[in-house]
Design a protein around this ligand. Structure first.
Ligand code: ZN
Length: 191
């Protein structure tokens, strides 16, 4: 298993039919993940298209994640925790100012995604809403949302099967409230 240290990220290619397994090693840790078409990075993960086709805002085992061009990018074939978020964009420096009143630099999913995706020709303005693995966003009937600690336990994992050749960006999230108050690593492996 490859380890993404706390508050960091990485990127790599994933071939069609390969399976990416992402593991919450210690429990209660969110991982933001993005997919781009390896042969044309203007095709990328779309939360809106996914929720439209899958007719749900909660995506888990059996669901596909779609691109902005309405193509299937991955299928979720395992999900031992079962709670993920696809509503919220990656945390960034201004997020930390807004919610935590923090000034100056702080590691963020946004920065960890675009810096690692730069080598594939993907810049910061091309980062869409990420699929937030293990993120526990709750909402009431009026649409009010709240970010709760993840329900994932140590060893929980999710598996994505690639439906096309992909570039993957992935993080161990840097936002304290999203991760139950502490920052932990994320594991991944290509099966
Ligand atoms: Zn984050």
């Amino acid at each position: 298993m490859q380890i993404i240290p706390p508050k960091s990220g990485t990127s790599f290619q994933l071939k069609k039919e390969q399976v990416l397994k992402v593991t919450d090693i210690e429990g209660s840790q969110v991982s933001d993940i993005l997919f781009f078409n390896n042969s044309d990075v203007k095709e990328k993960l779309s939360s809106g298209k996914t929720m439209d086709y899958e007719e749900s805002i909660l995506l888990t085992k059996g669901n596909y994640l779609y691109s902005n061009r309405s193509n299937k990018m991955v299928k979720i074939i395992e999900d031992t925790n079962g709670r993920n978020d696809f509503l919220l964009a990656p945390c960034d420096v201004k997020t930390f100012k807004h919610f935590y009143n923090m000034d100056g630099h702080h590691p963020s999913c946004f920065e960890n995604l675009y810096t690692h995706l730069d080598k594939f020709g993907i810049n910061k303005d091309e980062i869409p809403t990420a699929f937030n693995i293990f993120m526990n966003v709750q909402f009431n009937e009026k649409g009010k949302i709240s970010v709760m600690p993840p329900t994932s336990k140590a060893g929980d994992y999710i598996c994505f099967k690639a439906e096309m050749d992909l570039i993957v960006g992935i993080t161990a999230c840097s936002a304290k409230d999203s991760n139950g108050g502490s920052f932990k690593p994320i594991g991944y492996e290509i099966l």
